[in-house]
Design a protein. Sequence first.
Length: 85
Amino acid sequence: KRELCGEITVEDNLTLGAFQRYRMGKRDQAQTMEEVYTLFPRLKERRSQLAGTLSGGERQMLAVGRALMAKPKLLMLDEPSRGLA
């Protein structure tokens, strides 16, 4: 199960991912978000949409994008492309 906050927007979900990296400033956060939007342009199109209304593939993109917002050194994924078109 993807752990997303369905009651908030795509952009707010991505912002939550950045909080895991507590020293990230606003500028770094904005730059990282643009990098995520470059990887997943569909998320940028839907940034104001509630996460709970996304399709399964879009939710998968959001889950990966939110994890990337923390700028992890290593990201282990189980079937990351499942549900993506």
